[in-house]
Design a protein around this ligand. Structure first.
Ligand code: GRF
Length: 215
């Protein structure tokens, strides 16, 4: 059983998807703590409703990133977390922290990485006129929205799509691939080779167009 901490900042719909997955009897991971840097994060309510331990570590209470990240580390240690899922966590984590947790942090990003790193991804996808957009679960590396890709799901862009409804479509896919990616990690079915993740005996295909590597 993999003991996971979830870091959030906002509405926490990915957190909720992970909570539901972890409640399944055979799921190989469990959530030991939910940490938010934002005391008003709605995700904290999801966590409380599920009876999970929560912690607010507000970056504004700290002098710099290092002391903020040390406080997160302390909390992770207190709950004996062995793995981290960033789920809409809106703070950049410094190399020192990321390297301490090397290959043990996942992130979800609402684009088909390496396209459209950063914010406002669906607006930028529409502006670029891409025919597909989607989401990516990847291992976190010190560079923002970078690192070995575990799973991706794509959705076609319709001519009438707006950034808002595209975000909703993508979010629905996020809720499918994030638990699935965590499951693969927890089962030890992912090995990292350079900047690539290799998935053992992958058969997963659901809810969108998933990376050919795993079909
Ligand atoms: C998601 O779109 C995720 O990809 C991005 O931030 C958003 C978080 O949404 N990193 P939620 O808080 O999980 O609902």
């Amino acid at each position: 059983m993999l003991d996971v901490a979830i870091l959030i900042s906002g509405q926490g719909s990915n957190l909720q998807a992970l909570i539901e997955a972890c409640e399944e009897p055979d799921f190989p991971a469990r959530i030991v703590v939910v940490i938010s840097n934002n005391p008003d994060s709605y995700g904290l309510q999801h966590a409380r409703k599920a009876g999970l331990p929560t912690a607010v570590i507000n970056h504004r209470d700290f002098e710099d990133r290092e002391t903020f990240e040390n406080a997160i580390d302390e909390e992770l240690k207190n709950h004996k977390a062995k793995f981290i899922c960033l789920a809409g966590f809106m703070r950049i984590l410094e190399a020192r922290f990321v390297n301490r947790w090397k290959d043990r942090i996942l992130n979800i990003h609402p684009s088909l990485l390496p396209a459209f790193k950063g914010l406002h991804t669906q607006e930028r996808a529409l502006e670029a006129g891409v025919r597909f957009t989607g989401c990516t679960v990847h291992i976190v590396r010190p560079e923002m929205d970078d690192g070995p890709i575990i799973l991706q799901a794509a959705v076609a862009v319709d001519p009438e799509d707006t950034a808002e409804n595209l975000s909703e479509k993508v979010l629905r896919l996020e809720h499918i691939i994030y638990p699935e990616a965590l499951k693969l990690m927890a089962m030890g079915r992912v090995s990292i080779s350079g900047n690539k993740a290799i998935i053992e005996k992958a058969t997963y295909h659901k809810g969108g167009l998933i990376s050919p590597e795993i079909l």
